[in-house]
Every structure is written in C-alpha cells, then in structure tokens.
Ligand binder design. Sequence first.
Ligand code: NAP
Length: 434
Amino acid sequence: MTAPRIAIIGAGPSGLYLADALGRKLPAARIDILDRLPTPFGLVRGGVAPDHQGTKNIARQFERTLAKPGVGFHGNVEVGRDVSIDELRMAFDLIVVATGALEDRRLGIPGEDLPGVIGSGAFVSWYNGIPDGRDLTPPLDTTAVTILGNGNVALDIARLFAKSPAELASSDLCAHARMALAASAVRDIHVIGRRGPAQASFTSAELAEFGTLERAAPIVDAGDLPATLPAGLSDDAARVAEKNIGILREFAAANHADKPMRVHFLFNATPVAIQGGERVVAIEFESSGGHRFTLPTGLVVTAIGYRSRALAGLPFDPDRGRFPNQDGRIEPGVYACGWCRRGPQGVVPANRADALGVAELIAADLAAVPPPGAKPGMAAILPLLAARGVLRVDFAGWQKINAAETAAGAADGRPREKLVRVDELLRAAGCDGG
Ligand code: NAP
C-alpha cells in the first residue's frame, strides 16, 4: 500500500487523539490537520474552563502528536472558506471531519433573540479568548444572571461569575473577561434545570466546588430534593444522582448568610418566554406542576448543548446537528470523529475511545480497498492557499504563539495570557509578513 495521505479537519481533542491513533496504526501515513483557528487544541483551549487548568494538561500530549514527523498542522485554514471539501478529496486519500460542535442549540421560545440572551458557546468563546467571541460585550451591569441548563457548562459559567478575582488569579481567563467580570454588578446567579436534581448532568466534583467558594454561597431549597431516586435511572446515573443530591442537601442545610453572592440552584422549571424590550428584563418559567412564574434577570446564558456546523459538500443531519455516519464513516473515504460524529457529550478524554474506534475502522477500510495511487496531499493544497492569500500557521508558528502567551502570563503569575485576535495571533506566529 502506498503511504496514505489523510486530512483531519479540526485540531481539537477528537482530531488530535485520532492523529495519534492513526499514527500508531498506520506509521507510514502522512497526516495533515487543518483548523479554522490559528491555534490548535480546540475545546481544550477554547472550551475547558480557565480555572480548571488540570484538564488542560492533555495539551502537552497533543503538542507531542503535532510535533511528530508524519503530522502537519495548518492553522487559520478554514475548510469551506479557504479550501473546499472537493479540493481536499482530490488531494487526500481520506478525510476525517473532527470539527466538534461549534453552534449553540436554540431554546425555540419567544424573546430568545433579545439583546442580553447569549448562548454558552458564544459566552465561553468570549471569556476563553476565541477570536470570534472577543467582541461579545455581554451586559454585566445587572445584579441577576440566569443560566439555563443543568450540565457542566452551566456550572463552568456560574463558577466564573461566582469566583473572586483572587480565586481566578492562577487561571488563564482572558484579560478582557477578567476586567469585565471584576467590574460586574452580578450578585445573584440562577442555575435552572427543566428537570429535577436526579436528572441533572452535573458531575459531582464540579457541583461540590460551589460549597468551597470564597464569596459565593450555593442556595438550594430542600423541598426541591427528592427523598428517593426516581425509577428508571441506569446504575451509573443513579450513583451520580445520589451523590449530587447529597451535595445539594448539604448546600440546602448550610447557612452562608455572610457571603455577598449567591448561586441559586432551581429545578423543574422550563423556560417558556424571555421578556424585554431593548434587552432582556425577565424570564418566564413553567414548573413541573404547570405553575408559571417570572424571574427578573438582566442576562440569560443558555447552556443547553451544542450543534455541529454543516460543511458544504458533505451530508448533514440538521435535526440532530451532526454528520450522519455509520460508526464514523460518512461516505467512502470520508469519516467523522468526536462530537460532530456522536453529539456534544462527554469529557475530553472520552474522545480518545471515539478516536480509537474510528482509527480501527479507517485502517480496516484501507486494508480492504487500498488507495489506488499516490495522492499529492498538502502539496496540492498549499499553492491554493497561497494564491488565495491565506496566512497559514504551521506548528513552528503555533510554538511562537505559545511562547509569547506563556511569557506574557508568567509576568502576572498566570499559565498564559492569550492573544485573542486573529491579527495578533498571526503576528506572534510570524506569518503576517511583518
Ligand atoms: P449537557 O450535559 O447535555 O447539559 C445540557 C443541559 O441543557 C441539560 O440539563 C438539558 O436538560 C438542558 N436543556 C437542553 N435543552 C433545554 C431546553 N430547551 N430548555 C432548558 N434546558 C434544556 O451539556 P453541556 O453542559 O453543554 O456539556 C457538554 C458536555 O461537556 C457534557 O458531557 C459535559 O459533562 C461536558 N463538560 C464537562 C466539564 C467538566 O468535566 N468539568 C465541563 C464542561 C462540559 P435535559 O437533561 O432535560 O435535556
């Protein structure tokens, strides 16, 4: 078999776990990883909370994958804008889509598009320094913020509002978000689930952290907590639910009257309408008993899950918001891996199992139908990018960005101070011609 040329679209966890797995299975393969951003690591850089640095340690392993001789990184190259799927098809034996889930799911209720209603993807991009999110300017002049959803993303966002500047001092929260959050008027943070505490998808460690915060107290109504677990939960779900309800029970029993901020956990409340004129002023809920109530709020962040973004030239399932695939195969020679394959669920390392499975499938497919001849790979794409004026960041360019960011952070005792605009990143990478 000639050495296969493989393009992976997306340098996030799923793409990088896959590159590693393919490199081991097919040592002769040449793997080129394209990313729309000038920086690699996807969700690890742009999604994982800035105060959970331990979760970001996996970036070191990803860095080693990118440094391998058979692997190329091509940042600031957006498939669909700078190069088409058909052009990749002509240049590569195999394409793997590993683009994650970039779009916020929508609530589908009146008022959702009012100013001051923001999806978690946009909000997280803002505080994590993804260039698309830099100019968001969320209204933080309100005393009450409402976060919809009972998943870990909702907890990440609540925690960033709740933590004091001192608690965030060793995070890589971006400077613009640090300043805005430090100046915010927010005192009451409402985290609201449409189902009960037993159905919340919080992980227990993330929930328990709210009992340890310096200036914010978790507030729970003991009446919301079920005495027994509902029937029908899997063993794993029952274990997590039991632990979470125990934590919530401790929150309900504690007296934190001395703390100036509150994180209110509210359950069984389905949002039905968002009210406001020039911006959001309140949100209306229906409780599981059919009772309606209104909560005044100046900012709503929806943390209700994500969708993948379609790619011109590939089939897409708009209802499920992902690429239709059979165990990872979208069509002959084109595969999907990670959240864009199976939906936005699971922690970062869960993508490793996904990648191993897809690598297995790719190796079996290549063994059954070997590529007919040598394809040019990236050699055919680079001239197209150059002709289109695309400024490509390679691995060496990323290393320069990394060095600049870590040096800037070190001055302030932080792991890094991110560059948050594409032109700044390109300049640091040395690929803006300047
Ligand atoms: P998630 O765990 O799926 O939570 C989404 C939440 O939104 C659920 O509570 C869901 O309620 C709710 N929801 C959906 N549609 C809604 C609607 N129309 N109205 C009101 N609520 C609605 O997703 P996520 O929080 O986005 O997290 C994505 C994945 O990343 C998860 O697997 C998560 O564990 C992981 N993650 C992990 C960490 C960590 O380990 N520290 C941090 C962040 C994210 P229903 O259950 O009723 O559908």
